[in-house]
Design a protein around this ligand. Structure first.
Ligand code: ATP
Length: 263
């Protein structure tokens, strides 16, 4: 692990001036900086291909950055592998559905605790996730494949919390869910935050995600284009027009002549 003596930091997770890409292909992240304070939901939004999922892959050690620094609670973890990132406190819930449908809810959740040796700690975490996600408690012995998509997502959340992470990295948790299940999943994101886990959230459903988040970052072309309190981003008419699907038809014609670089 690349950790060292920690410099004091007000952030749980800092991605600082990150450049990253896949193989020999062009860079995807080009000097990206994102910081996650404690007890906060930070949401990354932006167009397809902007690099949102790539940010989470860098944070969880799936993709090593070419340059820049990653710190967890002030410790440099830049070149950690995924297992070391998990141990440092970063738990990644991948895009799509990753429950094992032929296994029970209990078995799925306990997979998240494979690295926790202390049985009392595991038992404490089971109680914690059952309280946080009632459906996990109610369906503990059921096959995970028998649950709805939104319920399966909560099983994934519960599994990610078994290691007592500092920050949970959530990649498009509402993907494939109907509006009711989406609402439940976003409520659970807030509950995770209120229970003490910071969240770095990537979402296609930008408006809904910003309504849930405390802070927002708009990514474009591998950089943070604008960031700030999520409510401020939601209230910004030009931002809504460009990124939140809120562009009124009447303004479309005049938009091409505007400077759209600074929103
Ligand atoms: N495994 C990979 N190998 C090569 N290129 C990849 C890989 N994963 C992503 N990319 C490329 O990196 C760029 C950013 O992808 P990424 O998935 O991070 O964007 P995103 O903002 O999350 O997009 P979306 O909203 O569509 O999910 C895209 O051009 C994509 O094609």
């Amino acid at each position: 692990m690349a950790s060292d003596s920690a410099a004091p930091s007000e952030y749980l997770l800092e991605l600082d001036d990150i450049e990253a890409g896949y193989g020999r292909a062009a860079l995807v992240l080009r000097g990206l900086t994102v910081k996650v304070p404690p007890a906060t939901v930070v949401c990354l939004v932006g167009p397809n291909g902007a690099g949102k999922s790539t940010v989470l892959k860098v944070a969880s050690g799936m993709l090593t950055p070419r340059s820049g620094t990653i710190r967890v609670a002030g410790h440099d973890v830049t070149r950690n592998n995924p297992q070391q990132m998990l141990a440092a406190g970063l738990s990644h819930v991948l895009q799509g559905h990753s429950v094992f449908k032929e296994m029970t809810v209990s078995e799925n959740v306990m997979l998240g605790a494979y690295s926790v040796k202390d049985k009392a700690e595991v038992a404490g975490r089971v109680d914690f996730v059952k309280t946080l996600f009632p459906v996990v408690a109610d369906r503990w012995s059921a096959l995970a494949g028998a649950l709805s998509g939104g319920q399966q997502k909560q099983v994934e959340f519960a599994r990610s919390l078994m290691v007592s992470p500092r920050v949970v990295l959530l990649d498009e948790p509402s993907m494939g869910l109907d509006p009711k299940a989406t609402a439940t999943v976003f409520e659970q994101v807030v509950r995770m935050r209120d229970a003490g886990t910071a969240v770095l959230l990537v979402e296609q459903n930008a408006r809904r995600a910003l309504e849930t988040a405390d802070l927002g970052c708009v990514l474009d072309l591998g950089r943070v284009h604008i960031s700030g309190p999520a409510q401020d981003l939601l209230a910004d008419p030009q931002l809504a027009e460009l990124y939140l699907g809120g562009r009124p038809a009447a303004t479309t014609a005049s938009r091409s002549s505007k400077d759209t670089t600074h929103v």
